[in-house]
Design a protein around this ligand. Structure first.
Ligand SMILES: Nc1ncnc2c1ncn2[C@@H]1O[C@H](COP(=O)(O)OP(=O)(O)OP(=O)(O)O)[C@@H](O)[C@H]1O
Ligand SMILES: [Mg+2]
Length: 379
């Protein structure tokens, strides 16, 4: 866990603080992305963590210990650091570059060799082919892979990454993002990752910290930031339609009709159909005595019934499928299509009805993205 407590930074000879009274916590085992416009203070924040840059005021704690009270060399050995130009030594081979620090630490060479091979495999490079090459003999993507391998070489708890993939073409970049996520799923490091790119942030982050002018504007999960941007600045920065390229963040509870007509199972059919008429709907959800969801009753079935004084439970149908509030759009569309249903009751884990998704509510939701785009264009 890395804690920033009221951290400020003023560079010598400068008028203003470039980092202004920042407080936030980076939980262990998570990827936290720092994002914001050029010059907002991202790199400064990162370099204060490994003490390459000194804080002007405030504190940074790692697992509760103030970094200023630790030996900076030891502190840095527990932190991998990857920068955009990889920072590989040009006169050393790939193998030598990866092993610099483990060798300084006088680890057993046999163990080092094994770990290097393993790391090469994890970052998707063939050891036989690449270990003896020099950095100039590698492509940009291969260099970044070596940079990542080197950051993991000492098995540190913390990895700091400053725009590590930004100079790469989109395909290589996307591959490296996937590899980082794969590595992280196995190794569970605490990763602080700086980027300019919101797509990258949304893809890899457990939490995103949006910085502007040296201050935190919002610190939250990608989902929360997309759904509830703290202000106009964040909304603009994130882009209104970004959520649509991440449908796994759109959930049943976001798009359901929250107040569908629901009647107790003991209500007579004639009363149920009256309520449907009032509300201009053609069916009603049926609840048990504890207000738990049981099924639904359709107006046509009541009309066909010779006896309309019977309780709705006699005419009720069971729902073929139901959705949970946290089910995402991809799953909802799949449920509707494979089961060929017109509507999906949204039922929480205690059996309570929370809402209803109908085909038409889905169409409305899905068309909203186009309407928003049009507004943006005409604005
Ligand atoms: N050594 C320095 N001395 C004086 N000012 C500095 C120094 N390093 C950075 N700055 C200034 O501090 C501010 C924050 O810089 P920083 O490098 O942290 O920004 P950044 O968010 O990483 O930007 P970028 O996205 O362009 O990398 C900038 O205005 C920069 O000019
Ligand atoms: Mg920077």
């Amino acid at each position: 866990m890395i804690q920033f407590e009221k951290v400020s930074k003023k560079y010598r000879g400068m008028q203003e603080d470039v980092v202004k009274d920042i407080s936030f916590t980076i939980p262990s085992g998570e990827i936290v992305v720092l994002i914001g416009p050029s010059g907002c203070g991202k790199t400064t924040c990162l370099k204060m963590i490994n003490r390459i840059i000194r804080l002007t005021s405030g504190k940074i704690l790692i697992d509760g210990k103030d970094i200023m009270e630790q030996d900076p060399i030891k502190l840095r050995r527990n932190m991998g650091y990857v920068i955009q130009q990889t920072g590989l030594f040009p006169h050393m081979t790939v193998k030598e570059n990866i092993e610099v620090i483990p060798r300084l630490e006088k680890k057993d060479q046999h163990e080092i060799d094994e770990r290097t091979e393993k790391l090469m495999k994890m970052v998707g490079l063939d050891a036989d082919q690449f270990l003896d090459r020099y950095p100039t003999q590698l492509s940009g993507g291969q260099l970044q892979r070596v940079g990542v391998a080197r950051a993991f070489a000492t098995d540190p708890d913390i990895i700091l990454m400053d725009e590590p993939f930004s100079a790469l073409d989109p395909i290589t970049r996307s591959q490296l993002q996937d590899e980082l996520l794969f590595l992280q799923s196995k190794l569970k490091k605490t990763i602080v990752f700086v980027t300019h790119d919101m797509d990258e942030a949304v893809k890899i982050a457990d939490r995103i910290c949006i910085i502007n002018g040296g201050r935190i504007v919002q610190y939250d999960t990608p989902e929360e930031i997309m759904k509830h941007p703290a202000n106009e600045y964040v909304a603009d920065f994130v882009g209104k339609n970004r959520i649509w390229s991440n449908p796994e963040y759109i959930r049943a509870e976001d798009i359901m009709l929250p107040d569908p007509l629901a009647v107790p199972q003991t209500l007579s059919a004639i009363h149920a159909i009256e309520q449907m008429r009032e509300k201009h709907v053609t069916s009603a959800m049926v609840l048990d005595d504890d207000s738990r969801f049981l099924g639904y009753v359709r107006a046509v079935d009541i009309q066909r019934s010779p006896d309309k004084t019977v309780p709705v439970s006699d005419l009720m149908k069971e729902a073929k499928v139901i959705a949970a509030p946290e089910d995402d759009l991809v799953k909802l569309l799949d449920l509707i299509n494979t089961n060929e249903v017109q509507a999906l009751p949204v039922v929480n884990r205690w059996g309570r009805l929370e809402g209803l998704i109908t085909n038409s509510s889905l169409v409305t939701t899905m068309s909203r993205q186009y309407i928003d785009t049009e507004k943006e264009v005409s604005a």
